[in-house]
Each structure stands twice: as structure tokens, then as C-alpha cells.
Write a protein that binds this ligand. Structure first.
Ligand code: AMP
Length: 283
């Protein structure tokens, strides 16, 4: 496994793999790798011949007062995990490599970025789409792999790729959870043991919502009220949003019907946690 720190070196490695007729898979990450990330690597290894994992804590997707400085970074441990997982190249550029001067060109996906996390994190998705566009241009993968855990991100990236005719496929992989059902995230390290236990209420609320829908409750307000009251019983939890949206447009729906995304963001202690489930009620 190689660790490329410059754009030039990762391009050379990918070019050599291409010359051997290999297909290229890209797994974009911010590092502090965990089994969620490694599930994407596994999918990439299955579906492509040459796997690049990018590790870059992208400043442009962090808002003021967010955790850019404190975000966990451990390239040594990440390299070990990647090596074990059969990654071919880690691309770990510096901020200077990726943003050598003031960035004047931004990719902005409209509408889809104005709801859910976009509402509470203005500018976040503009940073995400811009860094992904840059990574796609640098690595030129056949396929890039994203996690369902960040559902809005996956939908926004897919739309960018479609709208701008970017020549790659986006694959979205299922959310990997701890044994206690908490969605695994690099930010879970901010949680104390008690907060970790508290955090299981997020998925419990989502599951309760799914059960209620399966039993015939379709009124979004009633469903959200139930989830809200479950989460509010946990003293350390501060709800950012709980929404039921159309899975394509990400607009709120009054009734749970069609293909919907039930999504929430909740602050627990120092961590802002997100989770979601997709339901296809079209049949
Ligand atoms: P991050 O390093 O948090 O930017 O995440 C990099 C990629 O890993 C994104 O596509 C995430 O959606 C994905 N990811 C993060 N956590 C999980 C998880 N628990 N299950 C599946 N994918 C995940």
C-alpha cells in the first residue's frame, strides 16, 4: 500500500493502475477510520480493482464554532486499518495541497442542501460537494463509495454527478452500527460511556417510527411527535431536527407515503449525531 500526499503522486499511481486495465474505486473519508468506513472499502474491493481511500479533514465543510480543529486525526492507525483492508493507495493531502490559495470556485447543489443538515449547517454541503468534485477530478474513479449514514450527503453527491455529467458511478452502502445500534461515527469518541448509552435512543426512535408506519400511522406530525417525546426523555439530548422527507426531493411530507427518508440530528454531550432510515412504501 502506498500513501500519496500530493495530487501529482496519487495521479501517477492511479495512471499506472489504469494502464494495467484496472478499474478505480474511491472511498472519500475524513479519517479516524472505523468499521463504517471499512465497509465502504470492502464494497470498493469487491466492485473495483484498485482502491483509493482519501483521508482529508476538509476545512471548507466545517462551519464557525464546529469541530475542525478538534476533529480526530490519526494517520498511523488509519494506514494500518487500510493496509489490513487491502487498500491500494491512501491519498492524504495537506490543506495547502487541496487549497493552495483562496478558493474561488464552488460547486453548489441547490434545494437539496437547504433542508435537514443544510438548514443547521449553512455552507456545509457546498464544502462537501466542492471537495468531492476536486477528489473526483484528481483520482478520476470509475466508482465512488458513500455511506447511507450521511443520507443527505449521498443524495446531494449523486445529484451533482448527474447534473454535471461526471463520469463515475456513486454507490451507497448501508449504515454500520455498534452492537447497541448507535450508528458508528468518528465523532462518537466525543461521547462519555453514559452518553453512548443515551445515544441508542436515536435509532430506537427511528425504529419506533418505522413500526408505527407499518401499523398504519401515516401522519408525519404524529410520527415526529412520538420520536420527539422518546428523545426528550433523555436529559443529555438536544434535538436539532427530526424530519420525514421525500427521499428524492428531501422536502418534508405531510404523510408517510412513497419513498421517504426519516432523518434526525441530535446533540448529545459534545457530539452532534445524525441517523436515518429509508422506507419505500410504494408497494
Ligand atoms: P466521514 O469520514 O465521516 O466523512 O465519512 C466518510 C464516508 O464514510 C461517508 O460516505 C460516510 O457516509 C461513510 N460512513 C461514516 N460512518 C458510516 C457508518 N457508520 N456506516 C456506513 N458508512 C459510514
Amino acid at each position: 500500500m502506498e500513501i500519496a500526499k500530493t495530487i501529482q503522486s496519487v495521479r501517477a499511481l492511479v495512471k499506472a493502475a489504469r494502464r494495467e486495465g484496472k478499474t478505480i474505486g474511491l472511498v472519500p473519508t475524513m479519517g479516524a477510520l472505523h468499521s463504517g468506513h471499512l465497509s465502504l472499502v470492502k464494497a470498493a474491493n469487491k466492485q473495483t480493482d484498485f482502491v483509493v481511500v482519501s483521508i482529508f479533514v476538509n476545512p471548507s465543510q466545517f462551519g464557525q464554532g464546529e469541530d475542525f480543529e478538534n476533529y480526530p486525526r490519526d494517520l498511523k492507525a488509519d494506514a494500518k486499518a487500510c493496509e489490513r483492508a487491502g487498500v491500494d493507495v491512501i491519498f492524504a493531502p495537506t490543506v495547502q495541497q487541496m487549497y493552495p490559495r483562496e478558493n474561488l470556485t464552488w460547486v453548489n447543489v441547490e434545494n437539496l442542501t437547504e433542508t435537514l443538515c443544510g438548514r443547521s449547517r449553512p455552507g456545509h454541503f457546498r464544502g462537501v460537494t466542492t471537495i468531492c468534485a476536486k477528489l473526483f477530478n484528481i483520482v478520476m474513479p470509475d466508482t465512488a463509495f458513500f455511506g447511507q449514514k450521511d443520507a443527505q450527503q449521498a443524495i446531494v453527491i449523486k445529484r451533482m454527478v448527474d447534473d454535471l455529467n461526471m463520469p463515475l458511478e456513486i454507490v451507497v452502502c448501508p449504515t454500520v452500527r455498534e452492537e447497541n445500534s448507535l450508528a458508528i461515527s468518528s465523532r462518537n469518541i466525543y461521547l462519555t460511556e453514559t452518553e453512548k448509552k443515551d445515544s441508542t435512543v436515536l435509532y430506537e426512535a427511528l425504529q419506533k417510527c418505522r413500526e408505527m408506519i407499518q401499523k398504519g400511522v401515516t401522519n408525519s406530525r404524529a410520527l415526529i411527535t412520538e420520536m420527539r417525546s422518546m428523545i426528550e426523555q433523555v436529559p443529555s439530548a438536544k434535538i436539532d431536527y427530526i424530519s420525514i422527507v421525500d427521499a428524492e426531493t428531501l422536502q418534508e411530507v405531510a404523510r408517510a407515503e412513497g419513498k421517504i427518508l426519516i432523518a434526525l440530528a441530535v446533540h448529545i454531550g459534545r457530539a452532534r449525531l445524525i441517523d436515518n432510515i429509508l422506507m419505500d412504501l410504494r408497494k
